[in-house]
Design a protein around this ligand. Structure first.
Ligand code: FAD
Length: 290
């Protein structure tokens, strides 16, 4: 596997990076850690004459507090975020989710922005961040817009990014008291075969809010409607309702058959992993109720 020739540009601001990308059009592409892009180029799946390296752009770096939540720079590596104290305090499940990605070599150079923008269907952050209702800030140094994570993906390897537009940061809301989040997954090969994330809010032993995201089995993360069956459930009914939601969610998704398994096999996985995610989220919500 040999890389085709290309020129690397190293802009030091978001504005300049966007301008370069616009000026060079389809000949150019942004690159951060390169763990996806260089592999795709080596395999001959993509070819670009110009790579616009984002690593020197300060706007893409750091983790800032914004109200009770956080703004996470798109150029932060999985490894940097996995060990961030601010993230652990705001969203306890997030470092655990990040620590399960790939291996330490990939996590040390691969970025959260690169993961989301590549839009590989087998993604842990896409599933988890959709479940906790994170928002993406897309911009070009002059203008910016916000897109909820679950609306960012148009299909496998397709996003809402416009030419010259970059993912700048991920706005991560804190998981409040009485709310539990959970992310569970299984892998057969390198990438996850199934990822399921859930967020539930419990008040006086009753579920008042619930959100469920099934990822890695279809082209984009799926939000099964069946989760609404949990709303209003008193403690005594949780177990039965969780089983019902899991079965309905599995029936509602239409997984893509690939090297990870057949569509029916993945549906069976979805049922098991929805159950596990909801049980874990409910247990976390209980643990956090003061
Ligand atoms: C062996 C292996 C195992 C993996 N296992 C997992 C796993 O278990 N779970 C999981 O979720 N992921 C997994 N991944 C994916 C991994 O998380 C990504 O490879 C990594 O996060 C990509 O980040 P990067 O900075 O290297 O992206 P790059 O390769 O630099 O870029 C990827 C794409 O995003 C674009 N891009 C990058 N940054 C921006 C930006 N700020 N704005 C706009 N576009 C941008 C690039 O143009 C390119 O198209 C695995 C990858 C490998 C190679």
């Amino acid at each position: 596997m040999k890389l085709p020739p290309f020129e690397v540009h190293r802009p030091s601001s978001l504005h300049n990076a966007s301008r370069l990308l616009r000026d060079m059009g389809s000949e150019a592409v942004p690159i951060n850690g390169g763990t996806e892009l260089l592999l795709a180029m080596k395999l001959g799946l993509a070819q670009y004459a110009h790579l616009v390296d984002l690593k020197r752009i300060p706007e893409l770096r750091g983790v800032r507090r914004v109200g009770s939540g956080l703004a996470v720079g798109a150029g932060m590596t999985h490894r940097e975020l996995e060990s961030s104290r601010s993230i652990a305090e705001a969203v306890a499940e997030m470092p655990r989710m990040l620590a399960e990605i790939a291996n330490v070599r990939v996590r040390s150079v691969g970025t959260i922005g690169g993961n989301l923008c590549f839009a590989d269907p087998h993604s842990d952050p896409a599933t988890f961040l959709s479940a906790i209702e994170a928002t993406l800030v897309l911009g070009d140094g002059s203008t910016s817009r916000r897109v909820p994570v679950d609306e960012f993906f148009l299909g496998a390897y397709e996003t809402k990014l416009e030419p010259g537009e970059l993912l700048v940061e991920v706005t991560v809301p804190a998981v409040p008291t009485g709310t539990g989040a959970a992310h569970v997954r299984m892998k057969v090969h390198e990438r996850p075969t199934v990822t399921v994330a859930a967020k539930v809010m419990v008040e006086r032993d009753t579920i008042v809010r619930a959100r469920l995201v099934v990822g890695s089995v279809c082209g984009t993360p799926v939000l099964p409607q069946a989760i609404d069956k949990l709303i209003g459930a008193p403690r005594a009914a949780w177990s039965e309702r969780v089983r019902e939601v899991a079965a309905l969610s599995a029936a509602a998704v239409a997984p893509v058959a690939d090297a990870e398994g057949s569509s029916r096999y993945k549906q069976a996985l979805v049922e098991v992993f929805v159950r596990r995610a909801l049980d874990a989220a409910l247990s976390n919500a209980q643990g956090m109720t003061r």
